[in-house]
Design a binder for this molecule. Structure first.
Ligand code: ADP
Length: 267
């Protein structure tokens, strides 16, 4: 059994010897061993093309590994895909783009996963309104996506991912397209939600600063082929806020992680 980085028994997701070769022959990910602990906040950090999204999509069950095994605690047969596709799902996914339905209000967008799982309209409306309130969008239930800013659209997308109360929230560079102030606000709100709802978070980013601010654990990846090269802990306490962002401790963690990223990029 490889050293997966956390004690046995506490993992929500495990990847063992996972590789992915796409149909065009690209070996996107090779030999990934990792266990993600219950309630942890883990960032996958690395340069573009190092396989971060590929790992995340495999964990979500959206694509299959070529070799190796991905398991989720409690899923039928230990298979992640089973959990991801169960109605009311155990897994939420936030993409880089908010991917909202333009013809539907924010409330209807957030209700969608609940309605698809068969929940009646009244209950789904109540749950969706609560999810919108939890991301700071109370009062915007009837707004259409075109009337919302980029940050607000991303908030709707997060509400839609959390409305089913998933155990695992997977995020693929969700804030990359936002301006810095909005990004900081959403980072803060994401941490507040994570602490309140106690889901396990896996966050893909290529930003050292964002990964340090958010994460308890940072898995650094390198490219050609995509693989894990370092697995580091950010041992600063939560809740984290602006005080942490401007602290010497934060700067020191950023320097440390930045050096790891440069090593990963062979510099
Ligand atoms: P990252 O998220 O770190 O930018 P990706 O997982 O998107 O990396 O991509 C890893 C490698 O796999 C890259 O070389 C990319 O071009 C390739 N790749 C990603 N998706 C596909 C695909 N569907 N078909 C072929 N190659 C792909």
């Amino acid at each position: 059994m490889p050293d997966l980085g956390i004690p046995a028994g506490a993992a929500v997701v495990t990847l063992e010897g996972v590789s992915k070769r796409y149909a065009n022959g690209t070996l996107a990910v090779q030999g990934v061993d990792m266990a993600i602990g219950q309630g942890d906040f883990v960032s996958l950090l690395g340069p573009s093309g190092c396989g971060k999204s590929t790992v995340l999509r495999m964990v979500a069950g959206l694509i299959e590994p070529t070799t190796g095994r991905i398991g989720m605690a409690g899923a039928a047969g230990g298979r992640m895909a089973d959990a991801a596709h169960r109605p009311g799902g155990d897994v939420g996914f936030v993409f880089q783009e908010p991917t909202l339905m333009p013809w539907a209000t924010s409330l209807k967008n957030v209700m969608l996963p609940l309605r698809l799982s068969g929940m009646n309209r009244g209950e789904a409306e109540g749950r969706a309104a609560a999810a919108l309130a939890s991301v700071g969008l109370a009062g915007f239930e009837r707004a259409y996506p075109r009337a919302l800013s980029g940050g607000m659209k991303m908030r709707v997308s997060i509400a839609r991912a959390l409305v089913t109360r998933p155990r695992l929230l997977l995020m693929d560079e969700p804030f990359a397209a936002l301006d810095e102030i909005t990004r900081h606000r959403l980072n803060n709100d994401l941490l507040t939600l994570w602490q309140a709802e106690r889901f396990t978070a896996v966050f893909v980013t290529h930003s050292v600063f964002e990964s340090v601010y958010l994460s308890r654990r940072i898995v650094v990846m390198a490219a050609r082929p995509g693989r894990i090269v370092e697995d580091l802990t950010v041992d600063a306490p939560y809740p984290r806020g602006e005080e942490f962002r401007t602290s010497a401790d934060y700067a020191s963690h950023c320097r440390h992680i930045s050096a790891a990223l440069h090593r990963a990029m062979g510099e």
